[in-house]
Write a protein that binds this ligand. Structure first.
Ligand code: 5GP
Ligand code: ZN
Length: 112
C-alpha cells in the first residue's frame, strides 16, 4: 500500500520525531500551523476516524495518553488543540489516521 504515514512509521521516510513506542509515532508537521504542531499516528494503518472500531480503538486511547505526556513535556501549560480531519468535507489529505496537536498560540473557535 502506498501510504506516506505507513512509510514514516516504518522509518522509510524520515521525520522529526517527538515520541515513539511500539504502537504510535509522534512527529512534527512539515507545514506547521502553530509554533508547536505535531502529528500522532498509530503505526497500524487505519485510514481515518471513520474506521475506528471496537477492535482497533485501544490505540486511540493510547494516542491520547501520549498527547497528554508529550504536551506536558513540551510545556504547553497554556493549553493546546487536538484535531483529526476526516474525509473530504473534513479536509483530510493523508489517508492514515492522525491527530494534529497545535499549541503555543491562541486558536480561533469555531474553525473556518
Ligand atoms: P490532513 O490534511 O490530512 O489533516 O493532515 C495531513 C498533514 O500531514 C498536513 O498538515 C501536512 O502538512 C502533513 N504532512 C504531509 N506529508 C508529510 C510528510 O511527509 N512529513 C510530515 N512531517 N508531515 C507531512
Ligand atoms: Zn498508512
Amino acid at each position: 500500500m502506498d501510504c506516506i504515514f505507513c512509510k514514516i512509521a516504518a522509518g522509510e521516510i524520515p521525520s522529526n520525531k517527538v515520541f515513539e513506542d511500539d504502537q504510535v509515532l509522534a512527529f512534527y508537521d512539515l507545514d506547521p500551523q502553530a509554533p508547536v504542531h505535531f502529528l500522532v499516528i498509530p503505526k497500524e494503518h487505519i485510514s481515518g476516524a471513520d474506521q475506528i472500531t471496537a477492535e482497533n480503538s485501544g490505540v486511540v486511547a493510547h494516542i491520547f495518553e501520549v498527547i497528554a505526556k508529550v504536551t506536558a513535556e513540551l510545556g504547553l501549560t497554556g493549553g493546546f488543540r487536538v484535531v483529526t480531519n476526516c474525509g473530504e468535507d473534513g479536509g483530510q489529505t493523508v489517508g492514515h489516521l492522525h491527530f494534529h496537536v497545535l499549541g503555543r498560540r491562541s486558536l480561533a473557535w469555531p474553525p473556518g
